[in-house]
Structure formats: C-alpha cells, structure tokens
Write a protein that binds this ligand. Sequence first.
Ligand SMILES: NC(=O)C1=CN([C@@H]2O[C@H](COP(=O)(O)OP(=O)(O)OC[C@H]3O[C@@H](n4cnc5c(N)ncnc54)[C@H](OP(=O)(O)O)[C@@H]3O)[C@@H](O)[C@H]2O)[C@@H](O)CC1
Ligand SMILES: Nc1ncnc2c1ncn2[C@@H]1O[C@H](COP(=O)(O)OP(=O)(O)O)[C@@H](O)[C@H]1O
Ligand SMILES: [K+]
Length: 550
Amino acid sequence: MQKLNTATQMRQMDHAAMYGEYAVAPAILMENAGHAVAERAEKYIGGWLGKDVIIFCGKGNNGGDGFVIARHIQAAGARVYVYVLGCFQDYSSESRQHLETLFKLEDRETCIIVRCGDENIDWQLLKHRLQDSQIVIDAMLGTGFHGNLREPISSVTAVINEAAAASDLTVIAVDIPTGVDSDTGAVSGSQEEENGPVFADMTITFGALKRGLVFYPGRLCAGHVELDLIGMPAPLLKKSEDDPAYWLQESDISEILVPRSPDSHKGSHGTIGIVTGCSDMAGAALMAAHGAVRCGAGKVFLRVPSQTAPYCIGRQPEIMVRGIGNGSFFIEKDAEYIVSECRSWSVLAMGPGMGKNRETKKFIQYLISHTECPVVLDADALNLLTGEQNFIRSFGNRIIMTPHLAEFSRLSGYSLGEIRKDIIYAAKRFAAAWHVNLVLKGAPTVIVSAKTGNAYVNPTGNSGMACGGMGDILTGMIAAMTAHETMPDICTAASVGVYLHGAAGDYCRNHVGQYGFTPMELADAIPKVISQLGEAMAVPRLQHPMIGGR
Ligand SMILES: NC(=O)C1=CN([C@@H]2O[C@H](COP(=O)(O)OP(=O)(O)OC[C@H]3O[C@@H](n4cnc5c(N)ncnc54)[C@H](OP(=O)(O)O)[C@@H]3O)[C@@H](O)[C@H]2O)[C@@H](O)CC1
Ligand SMILES: Nc1ncnc2c1ncn2[C@@H]1O[C@H](COP(=O)(O)OP(=O)(O)O)[C@@H](O)[C@H]1O
Ligand SMILES: [K+]
C-alpha cells in the first residue's frame, strides 16, 4: 500500500524531515530529488550522452530541483538549456545554493542558462531549440501549483505541448506535471482559455504519490509515474497521515487473499445470498451470482421475484435459484421468507436489476433491519434508499454501498461537479455521514472504510469495463470476498473484490481486446488473475496490517 498524499501532507513530511529530529538539510533533500530525476529519466530515455535537453525551472522549489537535474545531466554528457523563470533573490536558500553552483558551470556550450526572471522570453529561439532537442524537463510548478496557469508559464507550457505533439520530444515532469492539482487531479485552464497543463511522458514524484497523479484528468498528464523516496526518513514514510488515502498494490491483495486451506470445505468459503432482479432484468441477477461463483464462493443462492425465476433457473447449474412471492418485483411481504433463509447465509447482496418500485424499498429496509450479516447494496437498492441516511447509519458498519458516480450523486445529494472536484473528499464525507463502507465506482474506484474513514484507491481496471453489467459482476465478487473465512473485515473484502475486478478487466483487455469483452468474460478471468497472484500469496494470516484495520 502506498500513501496518496495531498500537497499539505507533502509539506508536512518535507518539514518534518528537514526541521524535526532528523534534520536532513533542505539542500540535501533537493539534491536527492534532482538526482533521482536525472537517474530515473536516464533509464527511461536510454542515456543522456549527446542529448540536447531543455529544463524549465519555476520560481519555487520545483525549479530548485531543476537546477540540480541540470548539473547531473550536464555531467552525464548532455547539453542543457536552463530556463530560469524566477528571480535569484526570490528563491529559497537551497534553490539559490543550487543555482549558484549552476552559474559556475555555465559555459555557453554544454550549459546555457536563460534568465527569464525579469526579461521577456525569445519565443522564436525557444521554438527552434525545442525542435532541435530530444528532452524537455518540466520543473516549473510542483505541489505549490494552484488555480490556473499564469504567464509566462502558460505560454511556455503551450509551446512544450505543441513541440511534443509535432515531434518525438520526450517530456519528463518533476514531482507532478505543471498545471495539475496535487490534491485532486484537476488541471489548469479550459479548452477556450488554452492555458492547460503540461502533458508528460514520465513523472518522477518524491516521497509519496500525489492524489493528482492517479485521478483524471491529472493522471492523463503524468504518463509513466515513478516514486522516489529521496532519502526521506523511514518513520515519516510509514507515518499515518491525518485524513489518509492509499493506493492499493498487488502485494496488498496477495497478502490478504491467502491460499485456500487444504482442509477447507464449502462452509469455509461462505454462503452467498443474492436477492435481486425484477421482470425485465434477470441478466443483472445472474451476472451478480456468476461474479460470486467465480470468486470461489462456497455456495451461491439466487433469490428473484417468482415471475423472473423461469429466466434464471437452469441457466447456470452451480447457482441455486428460487422464485419468491408471486410478482415481477419484490414486495415487503416477501421479506419474511428471506429473513429465515438469511440466518444461514454469510452475506446478503441486493440491487442489480431490482427495479425502483416503492414496495421493493420496503422489502429492502425490512431485510436490512431484520438480518445481522454483511449486506452489499448496489444499483436500484441504492436508488431506492436515497434520503435514508438515518436508517442506513444504524446498520452502516455491516453495509457496503457500491454506487457509480451518478448513483452516488442521487444518493448523497452532492452534484456531479462537486464530486468530481475532489472524489476522495466526497467519498469520505459521505461514508462518515452515512456511517457506511463505500465503494465509489469509477476510474479509479475509491473504497472508504466505515470503521476508520481511510480511503483506498484502486489501480486496476480500464475503459473496456465501461459497459452495462460490469458493476453487477462486482456486486457478487464483493459479496463472495466478504464471506471467505480468512477475510479480516468487510472493507478489506470490498478492496480485494474491486482490485480483482479491475485486474480481470485488464486481463480481458490484454487477451480479448479493449472493445467488447463482456461482463461474463471478465468474471471468467477472475480465477486466472487470482492464480497469477498465487506465487506471491502469503501464508494464512488473520489480520492485514492496513486495509480496514485499526
Ligand atoms: N524541501 C522541500 O520542501 C522539497 C520540495 N521539493 C520540490 O518542491 C516543490 C514544491 O515547492 P514549492 O512549495 O516552492 O512550490 P512550487 O510547486 O515550486 O511552486 C510555487 C510557486 O509557484 C507559483 N504558482 C502557483 N500557482 C501558480 C500558477 N497557477 N501560475 C503561475 N505560478 C504559480 C507560486 O507563486 P504564487 O502563486 O504564490 O505567487 C510559487 O512561487 C515540490 O513539488 C518538489 O518538486 C523537493 O525538492 C523535495 C524537497
Ligand atoms: N474507464 C474505466 N476504467 C476503469 N474501470 C472502469 C472504467 N469504466 C468502468 N469501470 C468499472 O466498471 C464497473 C462499472 O460498473 P457500473 O457502472 O455499476 O455498471 P453496471 O451498473 O452496468 O453493472 C465499475 O466497477 C467501474 O469502476
Ligand atoms: K513540475
């Protein structure tokens, strides 16, 4: 698990490293950052020797990193043009120190410094240099960026992007591409204003990942991302932040998802009750059940309204289907029977294709309030529970809600714009207010624990999954994961389900193609992606140290 930090958290980490008990000198931290870029980018571009490189250095410490990079790559055999966009006296003392060193290296041949602080930029000359260069390094703005790009940075950014689009210029961003908000992934400008962000091929980021590197549109600007720890003291790297968010790793999943015990039986892997569907949406119910089967569930029971049952019975032999009541949708009266069945179920999942009938809402509420097992709520179950914050709050610890953005907007009352502005904030705020475990589906999906308020962001998945039915499969997967005997808590189960769902989507993209793989094909890929985790799976362990815990 990697921390996903905000600019404020990064400032606190930097400050603690430099001015706390560890007393790492600011110039050394900057030296490490600049050296990390020179070294990691060298591998990416295949060596500095003989390359023409333009480094744009802003007036903050991101620019200071640029001065260090210039020194290292000049030494490695490149010709460097350094555009200094700040005035000497305004730089921090560590940036000034590195700039002074660079001034000593200026030779008009391998190190050419262009002082732009109080002069105009020769745009024609810059464009020619961009045409003749192979690499651009963006050290204009890092975590200090806010608002929209101002001149001259906005024009410099425009000419970099233009040159990169017209040639095979490689753009390397320092810490985060200029114009990307570290906290949210929002970017500067709009199409009309043309003051958009830098589009980089690679970003080397320092100390911890920034949230803006994994949320769109910022993620599109970052290209290939590498994290360098730049000599940050280990306790600071491990320290839990206030208001934390984490980027899930494959190693987290293989640590949690232990191999099945040789003497396990179907009871060890849970009895899954999927109670959903209505007359015209039998497919959603079947897909949810199939998602559970493919996640290794011990037994899967599918309960649908009686008029839906003929379309489900016998479709898949391992799923035990029964029709409930007399109608084409569930009504409150049907709930009593499910409550009695539920006593032997490990988990109850409701929502996919369930319809929006008011009577069905009463059915769902009756079931939630008369059962004790974990409950996964998706799709129509969420639409029906809009406005029921007080009701959900009292059961929230054992509920996982899995809305996509539009369902989340209806459920929470937050506008889509408000949600997109800061997805982690919106997800955490909702999970705290409703006291519920949340899986906010999207690109990427965010999971929030009801118990800790921690947010986990999922790295897997792709746009081939943007098609109807993918969420239904996920509902069944999360239900099945919740029921495995070795799963420490339901937020962890949800995180594993979401990760594997995306990983199975990535498997399908790679083996079937980005267009047109189906939810059922994705489900069929789940055992394959789990077996790929196989070698890394840990020996059984009861409590994973981070997700959902503590
Ligand atoms: N010791 C450390 O802390 C370490 C830090 N490190 C590095 O420092 C970086 C953070 O440095 P930082 O805090 O100086 O901020 P930075 O991103 O350089 O920008 C600040 C300047 O940008 C300006 N500005 C803002 N918005 C703007 C806009 N829209 N358009 C135009 N200008 C705008 C803003 O001006 P203002 O708006 O305040 O007038 C201010 O002058 C971090 O990302 C990492 O690379 C590493 O070396 C490791 C050790
Ligand atoms: N561009 C994308 N990148 C990654 N994952 C995606 C993308 N588009 C969709 N998904 C995933 O696919 C699933 C779609 O779920 P949902 O919208 O509920 O589908 P449905 O309701 O039709 O079953 C979610 O898990 C979502 O995260
Ligand atoms: K940058």
